[in-house]
Design a protein around this ligand. Structure first.
Ligand SMILES: Nc1nc2c(ncn2[C@@H]2O[C@H](COP(=O)(O)OP(=O)(O)OP(=O)(O)O)[C@@H](O)[C@H]2O)c(=O)[nH]1
Ligand SMILES: [Mg+2]
Length: 237
């Protein structure tokens, strides 16, 4: 399958080179798209330098920080416009292990959406403060109960999609930005009877660069799951 990996970046100058080397080094057949929101730390310049070495490395620059959700939607549409058959989404901060990418893609043989999951057999998270872990685990439990969607790790951002599934989701209708962006995308796929698989991964907390986590991202998720539930009742989603 012709595969595109999408990684949104905002101030990932310290991580991007390692990420590109680890993805495209061992897998030159993959294509990698970096969606950079004009990071002030010069992330895009590093990508441009690496493009001389990797012909399948693509860069799209947006004028300013517009959020993770819109960066992914932009990347998904880009993938559909360029006829990729499989799409992988992953963070650029090395929280997601590039070595797991082929395994996620492999599972697409029999599934439409493969979710790299931290919560398949217990918890597989390295270096997270216990507060953050409880928050994430709790948020997932809450979201599972409210939406009724049988997914253990609905907020994770390391996933592989069949392009045909992305086509069925009306990307223009997707509303959320932060954690709830992941939940909303799963929900829309689930509502379209996508075959969803949770594949165990180990999640590593970022060691360099700054976190973009904020309380508004959390509040958005708290309300969004109720909205999804209501939309489903009225058949709007
Ligand atoms: N293009 C773009 N990328 C973003 C934006 N916000 C975050 N990102 C990227 O999205 C990925 C996930 O963001 P993170 O800051 O790691 O968020 P997180 O994983 O929830 O939190 P930490 O790992 O604790 O920092 C990273 O690759 C970021 O650089 C944005 O507004 N635009
Ligand atoms: Mg991160």
């Amino acid at each position: 399958m012709k595969t595109l990996i999408i990684s949104p970046t905002y101030n990932e100058a310290k991580n991007i080179e390692t990420l590109v080397n680890q993805i495209l080094g061992p897998n030159p057949e993959y294509h990698l798209l970096v969606v950079d929101d004009s990071s002030p730390d010069g992330t895009a310049e590093i990508v441009k330098k690496l493009q001389k070495q990797y012909p399948t490395l693509h860069l799209e620059e947006r004028p300013g920080k517009a959020g993770l959700g819109t960066a992914y939607l932009f990347g998904f549409q880009w993938a559909l416009d360029h006829d990729y058959e499989a799409v992988v989404q992953m963070d650029a901060d090395l929280s997601h292990d590039p070595k797991d990418v082929p395994r996620l893609i492999g599972e697409l043989k029999n599934h439409d959406l493969v979710i790299g999951s931290r919560y398949v057999d217990g918890v597989s998270v390295v270096n997270w403060p216990i507060r953050r872990l409880i928050l994430s685990y709790g948020a997932n439990m809450y979201s599972r109960i409210v939406t009724g969607m049988p997914i253990n790790d609905g907020t994770g951002g390391f996933k592989a999609w069949r392009s045909s599934t992305l086509e069925k989701i009306q990307l223009k209708k997707v509303r959320s930005q932060g954690y709830s962006f992941q939940i909303e995308m799963n929900f829309r796929a689930w509502r379209r009877d996508a075959r969803i698989k949770e594949e165990p991964i180990i999640f590593f907390d970022r060691t360099v660069g700054e976190s973009k986590m904020s309380s508004s991202i959390m509040y958005e998720a708290i309300w969004m799951v109720w909205r999804l539930r209501i939309w489903k009742i009225f058949g709007w989603i």
